[in-house]
Design a binder for this molecule. Structure first.
Ligand code: XMP
Length: 326
């Protein structure tokens, strides 16, 4: 097991050479810790769990069992990328669970943000536990804990929380990136050959689009949100903003306004653009998006996304607004 404190003399991993040295060292340590036993990992597709998965695949191959739970609140293409990269390219032992209906049924009619979060977090652990109980011969649980998680909390991520597993299945932890900062995890991920868009992914809240489909989630509004969000990301990619802006997304509130389309009254939801820059997410400023880009996004969303009839740009810094709307 790695220590809880990062040694004062530990060099910051900034280059592929340093990343490769770290990878070689961790591969040895993981093999020594795990032997010929099996390891389970909840693979969300986020930066940390993806890098841990790639590291473990390199060290122990098929002894790693990855479980990807699709809660139906992922951004467009994200679950598909997990299957493509880990299931196909890296030939991992990957169990994919589409739990969309379970999550959306439980969330039906629930509008309070904290209740939505609790339902999503609780159900995630339940689905993962059910899968873990079915598997035989698992001895270890891998987690994408990184150093800020240890400094800022008790060291265990809520969504990968071993404390949430039933008593009869308690595992020893494998946490190969627990002493690394986020930027170092990204350098290691690139050295492991993971796709750049996976390694440089923006932070995505555990409850996913659930906190951006404001109020009580409905399938049609969630679908519209996912589509509008994909257009925003495409246009940010096209104009070079994707690599510059810290976090950007669409939120769709649970209200309609009157509009006009094809000469007829058209009631629809507004899509709200949020694009913020920050260092630590405690405060945030607004990116000044060129008007031409805003116009293009507005034109595309209102013509391509069924159910949306207005596009708004949120100019509120944090404070006073939080980054997410819920
Ligand atoms: P706020 O909205 O509090 O967000 O300004 C700060 C940062 O945290 C992310 N965030 C979450 N991440 N689970 C997460 O894993 C959550 O429930 C959650 N809520 C907010 C948010 O995306 C932003 O980067």
């Amino acid at each position: 097991m790695l220590p809880n404190k990062r040694p004062d003399d530990m060099q910051r991993i900034t280059t592929p050479e340093l990343a490769n040295a770290f990878i070689d060292e961790q591969v040895k340590q993981i093999r020594a810790q795990v032997g010929d036993k099996k390891v389970l990992l909840a693979l969300s597709g986020g930066v940390d769990s993806s890098v841990v998965a790639a590291l473990l695949i390199k060290a122990i191959g098929k002894q790693l069992v990855c479980v990807h739970v699709n809660h139906g609140l992922m951004r467009k293409g994200e679950s598909e990328q997990v299957i493509e990269v880990f299931g196909k390219e890296l030939d991992a032992n990957l169990i994919y669970i589409d739990a969309t209906d379970r999550f959306l049924d439980l969330l039906k009619g629930v509008s309070a943000p904290e209740t939505k979060r609790k339902i999503i977090g609780g159900e995630f652990i339940k689905v993962f536990d059910e899968e873990a109980s079915k598997l035989k011969g698992i001895s270890f649980l891998a987690q994408g804990t990184i150093y800020p998680d240890i400094i800022e909390s008790d060291g265990v991520k809520a969504h990968h929380n071993v404390g949430g597993l039933p008593e009869e299945i308690q595992f020893e932890l494998v946490e190969p990136v627990r002493l690394l900062y986020k930027d170092e995890v990204r350098v290691v991920g690139k050295a492991l050959g993971l796709p750049v868009n996976m390694v440089d992914r923006q932070p995505f809240p555990g409850p996913g689009l659930g906190v951006r489909c404001l109020g009580a989630i409905t399938r049609d509004r969630l679908h519209a949100l996912r589509k509008a969000d994909a257009i925003l990301r495409e246009e940010f990619d096209n104009c070079g903003l994707a690599s510059k802006v810290w976090q950007y997304f669409i939120a769709v509130p649970d209200m309609k306004s009157v509009g006009v389309k094809d000469g007829k009254r058209y009631e629809g939801w507004p899509a709200i653009i949020r694009a913020v820059n920050t260092v630590d997410a405690m405060t945030a400023t607004i990116e000044e998006i060129p008007y031409s880009v805003l116009n293009k996004i507005t034109q595309r969303i209102t013509s391509e996304v069924e159910g949306i009839n207005r596009v708004l740009f949120d100019l509120t810094p944090k404070p006073v607004g939080t980054i997410e709307w819920e």
